[in-house]
Design a protein around this ligand. Sequence first.
Ligand code: ADQ
Length: 462
Amino acid sequence: MDRRLLIVSNRLPVTVRVADGHATVRRSVGGLATGLQGPHERSGGLWIGWPGTVEGLSASALADVDRQLAELRTVPLSLDANEVSTFYEHISNGVLWPICHDRLDQLPLSVDGWDVYESANAHYSDAVAEHYRPGDVVWVHDYHLMRVPALLRERIPDAKIGFFLHIPFPNPEIFFTLPTRRWLVEGMLGADLIGFHTRRYHGHFRAALRRLFSIEADAQGVVPWKDRRVRLGVFPMSVDAADFAQRAAAGDVIAKVAEFRKPHERLLVGIDRLDYTKGIPRRLLAIERLLTSHPEWKERVRLIQVAVPSRDGVGAYRRFRGEVEAAVGRINGEFATPNWTPIQYIHRSVSSTILLALYRAADVMLVTPVRDGMNLVAKEFPASRIDEDGVLVLSEFAGAADELRDALIVNPYDIEETAEAIHRALTMESSERTRRMRALRATVREHDVHRWVAGFLSALEG
Ligand code: ADQ
């Protein structure tokens, strides 16, 4: 791509660390950051977003942060305390997130602050307009910024704007509970291209357009909107498979694998943000069911569940954390022996060495969200299994299930079925494990994050 790429996301793909009054800025390693790094650098473009709250720095240290951010070609946008609590925590994570994951039960009873969502989105749009040069391509990401395409279109009518939604677009019956449904969809329609992970979310969005505005997409997925044409498309996001394969072979990873594995014990692994969409409580119940209906696994199987702290500023998450901890305590209390504890629960972020070692050590990887836009863990696991072993148990409600058909697909609401799938995974013949893992690896290799980025950008240019 010759044109300059301006990427806009709520958060910048960086971590600012402060120690002794000094700050260092590092690029973060998430899927989006990794996938877009190449096009971002090659195009000489900019990444615009919030670097997070940075506290306890002098003016000169702050200037140093700005210099480091500029070196990474990122443009920091500051959010004030009201924007953080209302736009980011309350509306984005407290309202849009549960609605898009079908969790009306997690909604606060009263919702105020759409005006702050709008003004924060305007704030991002102003920053883009300030840096925009004719010919640039703008790529806006995710549910925090659904109004940005339309607000940017007002500022720069002929800009090339793409929008990608990283979470599900729900069934209109659920989306329409939002009093602001029309206004949010109008916001997205400011783009030239709107991308979704799966055909299902794309279908839900088309159904919403039909019901809200009586407009219909043609065979190419193009809808007429005002005096423009907006294209809708399906672009399943992925990971940098080659990079995972390479890093998974490192000596420090292999040394850790040896530490995690114990003779006579099979290892189940779960790695998630601590979020009520990821299905952790039902996964724990499935482990309990497994130990009850197949008692031969007692003292022979262990689950390592890593749960990264997430969104502690949102009430629903604080309550949820207590629920998960209580379930772990109850099940461990019920089954543990002096030599063995069935669930090892780790409530923190882990290094990439540990993450890769857990992927490589797992006999069975449990990815059982009750709803998930894509779920990159489901793709990182096979990408890391250069030994072509290990079984993936995957929820049918993760976007990744549309592609990863060689996983054992489960309905996470069916505890019995999930427990039986884990048993089947634990007893699967080595030849079947290898056949399935080879197929999973081939899928993730062929459809990697670079292909995702190239596919979206070429559709946008087209
Ligand atoms: P998330 O909900 O954050 O993303 P996911 O796709 O699984 O979910 O990505 C999580 C990332 O965090 C993975 O790259 C994983 O390696 C990393 N991670 C998880 N636990 C970790 C830990 N303890 N320590 C360190 N790293 C950890 C949203 C949507 C998803 C969608 C992505 C991308 O909710 O459905 O797949 O965006 O579009």
